[in-house]
Design a protein around this ligand. Structure first.
Ligand code: NAD
Length: 358
């Protein structure tokens, strides 16, 4: 029996995680997986009920689970609160306490949605890449950091630092993922300028020796920013540090064109993972059954793959989503001008129907 924790959060979070949970339950029964679910609070809803964005008991539940499915946190109701008790603090605490060092962001274009990209159809068709970003090290966390007055001038510094253990473990996540995909890892760095990137490249090459079935190539981050727009289809797994990954994962995601379709996974040492849509709590449409649940449903597919080692079940979910989109079903965010749309629950129903018909 695998325990899963659902943290619906705020805004549209409860609406989209409800649909994702239904899909997990359906796919579990078809693929012989035994799942049990718990639910708890995070973000603004937790502040309202318990005075903290993530209570210790919710954290303990997360620790005792195989995977956490999260909706989104935040909203205007809590925007004026002191920074320390804001909804996002709950998410940051969860990521830190679970030691989630690897962030996985797929950017794949469903055939039915090729037109949603700002890039030309022939560039976008068939994109299926995965950005693996190091999440707990690099320049966002390095010491020393801060601002000081030096010789009468204000000066600020941050430090980019990685050790070999941090580099090797994120590299392994990338190679393992590539093994299940098209066996290509592109390591992105700035080794022509940065010593950190030189060590990065050396260690990634050392790890590559454990994976002789996977091809490794290197790319400078500035070139990569261009190549992602020029020939995104040629990439499979792109592994990089925290700063470069922050930027490139957003670039790759936007190539696909639709925020409501983007899933993510953050993985830690013990196999535990946090799965959440890339989008936020969308307070402008919350409570109206207007949200697109597919990013949450695709996040559930990542949970099946990475925390439950059930790639076939994960593929069944992705195939069902693609099938529903092929029929022309669209939530409002995906519908073209003049096209009719369906609600969040109806989209969930359609995915379940496709799964049942497979
Ligand atoms: P957002 O992603 O919530 O919304 C941006 C726009 O996209 C909105 O117009 C929204 O209606 C639309 N949208 C987003 N997801 C959608 C979906 N599934 N279906 C249909 N439309 C969708 O970003 P924002 O408006 O900048 O932030 C709103 C709140 O969410 C803020 O409080 C912010 O802090 C929070 N936020 C949370 C997370 C997270 O929990 N990981 C991430 C980003 C933003």
């Amino acid at each position: 029996m695998a325990n899963l924790l659902v943290l619906p959060g705020d805004g549209i979070g409860p609406e989209v995680t409800t649909q994702a949970r239904r899909v997990l339950e359906a796919v579990a029964s078809r693929h012989g997986l035994e799942l049990s679910f718990e639910e708890d609070l995070i973000g603004g809803s937790s502040i309202d009920a318990r005075g903290t964005p993530l209570a210790d008991e919710a954290l303990e539940r997360a620790r005792g689970s195989r995977g956490v499915l999260l909706g989104a946190v935040g909203g205007p109701k809590w925007d004026a609160m002191p920074v320390d008790v804001r909804p996002e603090k709950g998410l940051l605490r969860l990521r830190k306490e679970l030691g989630l060092f690897a962030n996985l962001r797929p950017a794949a274009v469903f055939p039915a949605l090729v037109g949603a990209s700002t890039l030309r159809r022939e560039v976008v068709e068939g994109i299926d890449l995965l950005v693996v970003r190091e999440l707990t090290g690099g320049i966002y966390f390095g010491e020393p950091r801060g601002e000081a007055l030096v010789d009468g001038r204000r000066e600020a510094r941050n430090t980019m630092v990685y050790d070999e253990v941090e580099i090797a473990r994120i590299a392994r996540v990338a190679f393992e993922a590539a093994r299940r995909r098209r066996q290509l890892v592109t390591s992105v760095h700035k080794a022509n300028v940065l010593e950190v990137s030189q060590l990065w490249t050396t260690v990634v090459e050392e790890v590559a020796k454990e994976y002789d079935d996977v091809r490794l190539e290197h790319q400078l981050v500035d070139s990569m920013a261009m190549l992602l727009l020029k020939e995104p289809r040629r990439y499979d797994v792109v592994v990089t540090g925290n700063l470069f990954g922050d930027i490139l994962s957003d670039e790759a995601a936007m190539i696909t064109g639709s925020l409501g379709m983007l899933p993510s996974a953050s993985l830690g040492e013990g196999g535990i993972g946090l799965y959440e849509p890339v989008h936020g709590s969308a307070p402008d449409i919350a409570g109206r059954d207007a949200a697109n649940p597919l990013a949450a449903i695709l996040s559930a597919a990542m949970l099946l793959e990475h925390s439950l080692d059930a790639p076939e079940a994960a593929n069944a979910v992705r195939t069902a989503v693609a099938g529903v989109l092929d029929t022309g079903a669209r939530t409002a965010d995906l519908a073209a001008a003049g096209e009719s749309s369906i609600g969040c629950c109806e989209m969930g129903d359609r995915v379940l129907a496709k799964l049942a018909a497979a």
